[in-house]
Design a protein around this ligand. Structure first.
Ligand code: HOZ
Length: 436
């Protein structure tokens, strides 16, 4: 595979951009190679600067549920661009997108549009503090909620990939009001709630964790969080930046049946453009300025181009009654292929992770260890035990087969509607040849 142009670009990038990338996991450090630079993308394919073509299961880390450059989305964006790129004033599209979000997730009684998932969660936490008059929050080790100061404590995603649980530069005081519990462990939450009774503004959780690899909630875990927050007068925030419009049109609430007070969305809701949203109960969201005293603002919030990409994407999803069933079926096929090779697989709809758990070698020959749910990863500590070198070897072999999965054991694999049955079959063959 010729990678000359990507290498040249990476050399130039490293002179100016920290690590040569604008988001750490993209640097490919965990898989021992340099990143490729993307030239363009279409459907399930990425084409790099040297003309190499990859079947893409990263899908821009989640937004690409329809595949890349969906013609309807591109056309709508081209049309709206002709009318101007940003106004810093309200547009009809913002109202329409808010209405569509509410139609999909009825709990979103009020919605605020922002520009990134980080901003959405940071703002939701501020609203929770303003509403309750309390300062502390509880998050879970291995959950990632963007890079705002108070949420970079025992965070997943890039921090896990680099084995840095906490970021430097976060004032001790900020981190002190973030309490960390163990995902899927009710007792750890109960203890923190008791020790900090009446002081916790919110429990913020990825309802299906997807930043320590995919880790679904154990039966009853989210229901427990709902009860304990209600009993204490704290709010429950579902960070649905990844799960929103991916697990179902109604996101995690539809998928799990559990309600939250506030939700945050990103990725799919922006249709591939920088747009995110937070919202929920009207009494809580009424605290946001100019209605209330919790301040949050943004020049590019509700940007007309991003809003158009979001509206078009949500409409396509809403009009296709079978899309989620299709995605689920295809992801299940991939999961089965990984299991047959002895890996431990977690899956929720079109999100999945294959973990190189200790003892994975030879597990393919032990039928009992191939069963769904056996040798499962349930939390951060379990995920940390995985064999990262084996993952890196597998990643590189998949890339040689022309298949791009996330360059970290701790990121999800995303299946899009552009991954046809035939492409899934090709991928299963590559999995058989790349694991082990
Ligand atoms: N941290 C995000 C993935 N969970 C984004 C990574 C990127 O865009 O490089």
């Amino acid at each position: 595979m010729d990678t000359t142009k990507s290498e040249q670009l990476f050399n130039r990038a490293q002179q100016l951009i920290p690590g040569g990338v604008n988001s750490p996991v993209r640097a490919f450090r965990a898989v021992g190679r340099h990143p490729f630079f993307v030239e363009r993308a279409q459907g399930p394919w990425l084409i790099d600067a040297d003309g190499n073509k990859y079947l893409d299961y990263v899908c821009s880390w989640g937004p690409g549920i329809l595949g890349h450059a969906h013609p309807e989305v591109i056309k709508a964006v081209q049309r709206v661009c002709e009318r101007g790129l940003t106004f810093g004033a309200p547009t009809a599209g913002e109202v329409e997108l808010a209405e569509l979000i509410q139609a999909c997730v009825p709990e979103m009684e009020m919605v605020r549009l922002v520009s990134s998932g980080t901003e959405a969660v940071m703002s939701a936490v501020r609203v929770a503090r303003g509403f309750t008059g309390r300062e502390k929050i509880i998050k879970f080790a291995g959950n990632y909620h963007g890079h705002s100061d108070g949420l970079l404590v025992k965070a997943g995603s890039g921090l896990m990939t680099q084995s840095v649980p906490d970021s430097a530069g976060v004032p001790v005081g900020y981190a002190a009001s973030t309490l960390t519990a163990v995902y899927n462990d009710e007792e750890s939450v109960r203890r923190l709630m008791e020790e900090n009774h009446g002081q916790v503004a919110a429990v913020v959780v990825e309802p299906v964790a997807a930043n320590m690899g995919v880790v679904p909630p154990k039966k009853g875990f989210l229901e427990f969080l709902r009860r304990i927050t209600e009993d204490d007068g704290a709010l429950l925030i579902f960070d649905e930046v990844i799960t929103g419009f991916r697990l179902a049109l109604g996101g995690a609430t539809e998928y799990t049946g559990v309600s939250a007070d506030l939700h945050t969305f990103g990725k799919i809701v922006g249709g591939g453009m920088p747009l995110a949203a937070y919202g929920g109960r009207q009494d809580i969201m009424s605290c946001v300025a100019p209605l209330g005293s919790v301040y949050q603002a943004g020049t590019l919030s509700g940007n007309p181009v991003a809003v158009t990409a979001g509206i078009t994407t949500l409409k396509i999803l809403m009009e296709d009654a079978e899309i989620y069933e299709r995605l689920d079926r295809r992801a299940a096929k991939l999961a089965e292929a990984y299991r047959q090779e002895g890996l431990s697989v977690n899956r929720a709809g079109s999100l999945l992770s294959a973990f190189f758990v200790p003892g994975w070698e030879g597990a393919a020959d032990r039928p009992e260890s191939r069963e769904e749910g056996s040798r499962g990863i349930e939390n951060y500590e379990d995920a940390c035990k995985c064999d990262k070198q084996a993952f890196a070897d597998y990643f590189n072999r998949m890339l040689e087969h022309g298949i791009y999965v996330a360059p970290s054991q701790f990121e999800a694999m995303f299946v899009s509607d552009a991954h046809t049955d035939a492409l899934i079959e090709t991928t299963c063959e590559a999995i058989r040849e790349s694991v082990g």
